[in-house]
Ligand binder design. Structure first.
Ligand code: TEU
Ligand code: CA
Length: 535
């Protein structure tokens, strides 16, 4: 029953996790070879970013066949073996369901552009406006406008993301039938559920012009429309037959929207990823970052803890820079890494650990745009160049926000390529792997890795940390103190997000601290995290 409320979920970015055959690309046999690592961490499920055939313009989020495995990653048999081997270790497998768009290399698109039935209206096709301009004024997530001309069809198609990611048209009922088939295909193979990519954008009301905005003009035509909720309820019927789990990636959701997507009685999703806490360090769009302000971050977390009965808890994923340089402090790498782990594993909700987070991996150390792969970063670079933004500033903006920050290969040991591959990795390994790698941290009882393991165990042992309610006690410009409560059990967590000592009002029996100490008198060291129990 509701295993996902007790589990920790671990996100794998397959391309960068573990290569098994020396081609420099992570793969499914590689994942299988590392399942023991995940079992040790105590994870209940893994979510794989897309492993389907794909031209990889957006690393698998541009799918060209929903019912197969990308040969770079292995075969369907490898996937079956992964599901089986994971199950033997008590780990469920979740797949990424990317159904807002397909690759333009997908057979459906190839047929749609040739008007072959029934595929003709699987996508949003539109002619130019009478004055010869684009069908509408919408702008997309990767910084461009959203329309691409297709010579074969003689019309434009809509793409909210990259040009090679054409949006599926759910006004055409056959599209939903196809998606249901896809769900059944993987559920029959033993997959436990799905992370649903940009799932709150599926339905586009109509293609009329949007209100002009700094970014994402047109958003009001497709953000969380009622028809999207209908679609989710239909998919849920298929999922329920398998007792499958879903977490929606839902951009720009408010707590109200989130409740409508995952309230139990609405039978849509089980939970959603909200983004607000990840936007606390930006002005309007992710490319305009300001300094991290802990107070706004705490207040945002408190708001979501209060507003939703159940949240996803995450600080990293494959689209975000790493959390230590962002919310913590490089100078207190170990302490702040453990503090962030404490936050992640003691809030109320399902924690998601992103690969490498458990050893405190940090942002890339690349020198220039040529070393990047991210389609979003490359688009932004093009756009900023067109506006004559000088090289240095352009690189600064991109380096701070690039999704490749989180996509460098996993640092397993201090051997060649950090143990990720015997060949040349598809994306550069961070040179800091000599200092930040799993093998070293396994031998160091004081490491970030051992802290994750320990807290994961504590969370399994103490129901109050999983199911207890949440009450905030202090949220200042640097200190966050909250309590979890279940029956008569009370656990208090106090976190110091600063380089200076801080006093907090809470006391109790010390369960854990990321410093060496036997008791706690209310004074926190820099970046100290303590967990207290009512004496
Ligand atoms: O991300 C959706 C999304 O909105 C993100 O693009 C986010 O706003 C952006 O990455 C911030 O830089 C999902 C996937 O997680 C992402 O990897 C895909 O590129 C995208 O959908 C398209 O499928
Ligand atoms: Ca490989």
């Amino acid at each position: 029953m509701e295993w996902w409320k007790d589990a920790i979920i671990y996100q794998i970015y397959p391309r960068s996790f573990q290569d098994s055959n020396g081609d420099g690309i992570g793969d499914i046999p590689g994942i299988i070879s590392r399942l023991d690592h995940l079992q040790e961490l105590g994870v209940g499920a893994i979510w794989l970013s897309p492993v389907y055939p794909s031209p990889n313009d957006d690393n698998g989020y541009d799918i060209s066949d929903y019912k197969n495995i990308n040969p770079e990653y292995g075969t369907l048999e490898d996937m079956d073996r992964l599901i089986l081997e994971a199950k033997r270790r008590g780990i469920r497998v979740l797949m990424d369901l990317v159904i807002n768009h397909t690759s333009t290399k997908h057979e459906w698109f190839e047929k749609s552009r040739r008007r072959i039935e029934p595929y003709g209206d699987y996508y949003y096709w539109a002619p130019a406006k009478p004055d010869g301009t684009l069908p509408n004024n919408w702008t997309g997530f990767f910084g461009e406008h959203c329309w691409q001309w297709d010579d074969v069809r003689g019309e434009y198609y809509l793409h909210l993301f990259a040009r090679t990611q054409a949006d599926l048209n759910y006004h055409c009922p056959k599209v939903l039938d196809e998606v249901k088939e896809v769900l059944r295909f993987w559920l029959d193979r033993g997959v436990a559920g799905f992370r649903c990519d940009v799932i709150n954008l599926l339905w586009k009301d109509n293609l009329s012009d949007g209100e002009r905005r700094l970014a994402l003009t047109g958003l009001e035509h497709y953000l969380s429309r009622p028809e999207t909720h209908d679609i989710l309820r239909q998919l849920r019927k298929v999922l329920d037959g398998y007792k499958a789990f879903t977490v929606g990636e839902t951009v720009f959701v408010t707590p109200d929207m989130a409740r409508d997507l995952c309230a139990e009685d609405r039978e849509e999703l089980n939970m959603v990823f909200s983004f607000e806490h990840m936007e606390c360090d930006q002005h309007f769009i992710k490319w305009l970052k300001h300094d991290f302000r802990p107070k706004a971050f705490f207040e945002c977390l408190i708001k979501w803890q209060k507003e939703l009965p159940w949240n996803t808890i995450y600080l990293e994923n494959h689209d975000q820079p790493r959390s230590i340089p962002r919310f913590g402090c490089d100078g207190y790498w170990r302490e702040s890494g453990k503090l962030l782990a404490t936050l992640l594993l003691t809030l109320r909700g399902t924690p998601f650990i992103y690969q490498g987070q458990e050893i405190g991996m940090v942002d890339f150390d690349f020198d220039g745009i040529d070393q990047l792969n991210d389609v979003e970063s490359r688009n932004v670079n093009r756009i900023l160049s067109a506006y004559h933004v000088p090289d240095g500033m352009r690189w600064k903006i991109i380096a701070r926000s690039s999704r490749d920050n989180a996509r460098t290969p996993m640092q397993w040991d201090d051997g060649p390529n950090a143990g990720f591959s015997t060949g040349k990795p598809w994306l550069g390994v961070n040179r800091n792997f000599h200092f930040i790698n799993l093998a070293d941290q396994e031998n160091d009882s004081d490491s970030i890795w051992n802290w994750y393991k320990d807290l994961s165990k504590l969370r399994r042992e103490r129901e109050v940390l999983r199911r207890g309610d949440f009450l905030w006690l202090e949220a200042t410009h640097r200190v966050f103190v909250y309590r979890r409560r279940l029956g008569r059990e009370r656990v208090t967590v106090a976190l110091n997000f600063s380089n200076r000592c801080a006093w907090v009002g809470s006391q109790g029996r010390l369960l854990r601290s990321n410093y060496q100490r036997d008791s706690f008198n209310g004074r926190l060291h820099p970046w100290e995290a303590v967990i207290l129990e009512d004496a």
